[in-house]
Design a protein around this ligand. Structure first.
Ligand SMILES: Cc1cc2nc3c(=O)[nH]c(=O)nc-3n(C[C@H](O)[C@H](O)[C@H](O)COP(=O)(O)O)c2cc1C
Length: 222
């Protein structure tokens, strides 16, 4: 697969086959992906790969925390989106719910979808990305972004699908308890990873992009 094809083919996968992903394959993907660039080659990323019982415990812990009404204790504080950014978020939810046959007023099914996110979309493995808190809150985010996308692209080479996911690490204490990631680390994001279930409706989603004409400004060209 050439690089353009990989970039075009990658999409978020939210339904996986239960087959486990061999540790050697995940290791290979990480070995490739850590070629991602980082500012001053600081490579601030730290990675915990979770599967099996540890992942099941995180999935259960997340769902229990959400059900208890616990306030997400995200290490990364999000900000509510407004305007066009909010609209794109709504459009995404509409597209997913349409594919999944979830009606707007069907609160139970919507809640089940949210729960699915806390279960890493039932992926057999997850990659947790974090950084040392001494690096500050926003400094290493670019580097983690660069690594995340590189992991997702490398995964394609092994027939694997991924979904970069903030929701999976929304309760960082659950993740810490089941992985041993210490308090001194800021958990940034996780990536659900596994073999895609291509019959899963949400995997048919083709997200839109604003055309280049609307977002790029050209200076110094004829
Ligand atoms: C930083 C980040 C956080 C994300 N968090 C979630 C998430 O919590 N739940 C989810 O379903 N998708 C999540 N996604 C996936 C995005 O929704 C997805 O990338 C976007 O809709 C574009 O679709 P595509 O990945 O299929 O191209 C996240 C993506 C990124 C980059």
């Amino acid at each position: 697969m050439d690089v353009v094809e990989a970039i075009r083919t990658r999409k978020s996968i939210r339904g996986f086959r239960p087959d486990p992903v061999p540790k050697e394959v995940l290791r290979k993907i990480l070995e490739i992906a850590i070629r991602a660039p980082s500012g001053v080659n600081a490579q601030p990323w730290e990675i915990t790969v979770v599967a099996g019982e540890a992942l099941e415990n995180i999935k259960r812990g997340n769902v229990e925390m959400a059900a208890s009404g616990a306030i997400p204790g995200q290490d990364m504080r999000g900000q509510a989106r407004e305007g066009v950014y909010k609209q794109r978020q709504v459009d995404l939810a509409i597209q997913i719910f349409q594919l999944m046959g979830i009606a707007r007023e069907d609160k139970a099914k919507r809640a089940e979808w949210i729960q699915r996110g806390f279960r890493f979309f039932d992926a057999p493995a997850a990659i947790i990305l974090y950084v040392d808190k001494s690096l500050g809150e926003s400094g290493p985010l670019m580097d983690i972004g660069s690594l995340s996308q590189t992991i997702c692209l490398a995964a394609l080479n092994y027939g694997l699908g991924t979904c970069i996911e903030g929701q999976g690490v929304m309760f960082p204490d659950v993740v810490r308890k089941n992985t041993g990631i210490p308090e001194s680390k800021r958990i940034i994001i996780c990536i659900a990873i596994g073999y895609p279930d291509w019959d899963f409706p949400a995997n048919k989603l083709e997200t839109k992009r604003e055309p280049v004409e609307n977002i790029a400004t050209w200076c110094g060209f004829d």
